[in-house]
Design a protein around this ligand. Structure first.
Ligand SMILES: [Zn+2]
Length: 183
């Protein structure tokens, strides 16, 4: 297969995995990168002229109805899903072989910040719920419970900022080492 044919094949397998409409997949593989950049879409897919004006809810419902990926749009397959995808009979033998050889394109790399922010969000919600419950149980201690919430909240924000700062620092060091940044 030529390089271009390989890229088109890969895009079509991924389109099938994610349940993208055939019209949008055809549009995607048939358009130059410049045109795609200017087109409305989502990560990995651009919508064809016919689908562009659809409501987001209709697009999501449509994608999920055709999707082979067990995770709903816009989530990619997990490590566990990946094992089962290989043998899904909706894929041809060639498609299964491609999936097997291209795990890095099928299972999204773990984003440490994504998890970090989700954890942060969950902890903040818990903190707020605990504070409300404490105030409801002992209203005369409200000022104290509010103070505890503020102090704990600040500490959690500090943890998040610290992690982001460290990662940015590591990234700059990487770029300097690779010669992209001059010091
Ligand atoms: Zn379309």
């Amino acid at each position: 297969m030529s390089e271009i044919a390989e890229k088109v094949f890969a895009d079509r397998v991924l389109g099938k995995l994610y349940g993208y409409p055939q019209c949008c997949v055809d549009f995607y593989v048939g358009s130059p990168p410049d045109a795609l950049r200017r087109t409305k879409g989502f990560p990995g897919i651009r919508l064809c002229a016919k689908c562009r004006d659809k409501e987001l809810e209709d697009v999501v419902t449509d994608l999920n109805s055709r999707r082979i990926c067990p995770q709903p749009f816009p989530m990619g397959p997990t490590e566990e899903d990946y094992q089962n995808l290989m043998s899904d009979s909706r894929f041809t033998t060639d498609e299964q072989a491609w999936l097997l050889a291209n795990k890095n394109r099928v299972v999204p790399p773990e984003d440490p910040f994504h998890q970090l922010l989700l954890d942060f969000h969950r902890s903040m919600n818990e903190l707020n719920a605990n504070t409300e419950a404490s105030i409801a149980a002992e209203p005369h201690r409200e000022n104290f419970f509010q103070a505890v919430r503020e102090l704990n909240g600040d500490e959690m924000i500090g943890v998040v900022l610290n992690r982001i700062h460290k990662a940015m620092h590591a990234r700059v060091v990487e770029q300097v080492k690779a010669g992209y940044l001059k010091v």
